[in-house]
Unconditional design. Sequence first.
Length: 184
Amino acid sequence: MLSKSRASRISVFGSPGSGKSTFGRRLAHSLDLPLLALDDLYWGPNWERPNKQDWLHTLRMQLAAEAFVVEGGYVETIDMRIERAELVYLVEAPAWLCEWRFVARVMRIAGGDMSLLPKRVPLDSRPTPTARGDFTRMLAKIAKYRQEVRPLILSAAKRHGVPLVVVDSGISAQSGRLAAPSPF
């Protein structure tokens, strides 16, 4: 049962490779809230992209729920997600670490770990030439995230009056060790 004093609609943002999916999954589990993973909602079989109208309609329907943790990128949905949120988390890590994590994830998928694929993408799905192009675009997106996307999130949270918490999932300054994102 959800407490009236606790946020029940939470949006998690972060660069690709920042740890937002791990953080969102742990947060949803710890608060007993449904998880809306945008990659699972967006991607269809064989890496099919939805048309924009269908994609935004699907997301609006999911965000109509009374309780959720929604995590993912998809810049065009920032306002829509924050408008429905009671709390926003921004998961951050240095760009080099996000790039390293992203490349490591791609290598794990290439090595056969299909558990990292979106739910509707078949387990026997292999990268295509388009996926290779997406790889280089994703690295560029990571490099520009802090300058281009982060300000949009901060501005939207302020505009909608939604509290925002920054979570560091990078290198711990005190220990020099990689920090795992924690929902607490």
